[in-house]
Design a binder for this molecule. Structure first.
Ligand code: NAD
Length: 301
């Protein structure tokens, strides 16, 4: 397959590498030319514009920060910039793996459909480690046909590929997952910090909770306390990973969804507020597990 990959950040870079490793021909484009240029040595064609990246491709995959970027890239901007849907050849298929609001995903899907293109939302879970290992979970929203076609491409980058439902449902399921992740990370930071304040060794406490009822994904794979686990952002000055500002965005998406469905989400709202304070302390571009530092502010005093 010939694939255009747009957005080569923390996730897009390893995902595109796995497509190349699977034998696909990959064109890449990012507004940040350093990010796209890093793929040249891996065998990708580094394009200098949206028009060039989608030239004669079978598939387009986008991995962008938020809904506004996805809307602009697919539909164009208010300054007359043209979007992807007006640039590609007939039969081109689209996959958006960014985490965005379901309304934007539905809007792009419906515009694509009007122009005869297949589009699925396919946000991911598994983080940078999952992207590097090719073990991501894809959570797809779209038609049965769109899902079945997309699976052939997604399988080069992921292990579990779920069909959540119609257009936008992939995003909604991902938002529920990240609401839970934000709560779990906050709770894990809180429990570890309480233990430290009361004389416990965080390594020993982590081992105990891992074999007890507090066991969770953060303790298993992403311990937020420096010195407990190697090869996680906490072991590397909280270099991302998954930036705290993206977690705040996702918790905000949860809040928007809850407002529209009148659902109570007190825990998610609290986690969102914790992240908002944490960003205000200068942690926006640090990994989201750096929330641990929010609990340990007295260590800096
Ligand atoms: P990132 O900020 O590292 O990468 C995004 C890239 O998109 C950047 O390189 C940026 O320059 C590029 N970009 C922005 N606007 C563009 C445009 N108009 N045209 C071309 N390129 C453009 O973010 P990331 O961590 O790779 O995350 C991407 C998406 O995946 C986000 O929606 C995030 O919430 C989601 N996500 C991230 C993780 C993670 O662990 N990092 C995990 C799951 C999902």
């Amino acid at each position: 397959m010939k694939i255009a990959f747009i957005g080569l950040g923390n996730m897009g870079n390893p995902m595109a590498k796995n497509l190349l490793a699977a034998g696909h021909q990959v064109n890449v484009f990012d507004l940040n030319t350093e990010a796209s240029g890093a793929l040249a040595s891996e065998g990708a064609f580094v394009a200098s514009s949206l028009e060039a990246v989608v030239n004669e491709v079978d598939w387009v995959i986008t991995m962008l920060p938020a809904g506004k970027h996805v809307r602009e890239v697919y539909l164009g901007d208010h300054d007359g910039g043209v979007g992807l849907l007006k640039m590609v050849a007939p039969n081109t298929r689209f996959i958006d793996s960014s985490t965005i609001d379901p309304d934007s995903a539905r809007l792009v899907a419906s515009e694509a459909d009007k122009q005869g293109f297949s589009f699925v939302d396919a946000p991911v879970s598994g983080g940078v480690a999952g992207a590097q290992a090719g073990t991501l979970t894809f959570i797809v929203g779209g038609t049965d046909e769109g899902f079945n076609q997309a699976k052939s491409v997604l399988s080069a980058m992921g292990k579990n590929i779920f069909h959540a439902g119609k257009a936008g449902d992939g995003q909604m399921a991902k938002i529920c997952n990240n609401l839970l992740l934000g709560i779990i990370m906050s709770g894990t930071c809180e429990a570890l910090s309480l233990g430290i304040d009361n004389g416990l060794d965080p390594q020993v406490l982590s081992d105990i909770m891992l074999q007890s009822s507090g066991r969770n994904w953060a303790l298993e794979l992403y311990n937020p306390c420096p010195g407990v686990m190697p090869n996680v952002p906490a072991a590397n000055q909280y270099q991302p990973g998954f930036m705290a500002k993206l977690m705040l965005k996702d918790l905000g998406l949860g809040l928007e969804a809850a407002t529209s469905s009148e659902s109570p989400i007190p825990m998610g709202t609290l986690a969102r507020n914790l992240y908002a304070f944490h960003l205000a302390n200068g942690y926006s571009e640090k990994d989201f597990s750096s929330l641990f530092a929010f609990y340990r502010q007295r260590d800096d005093a």
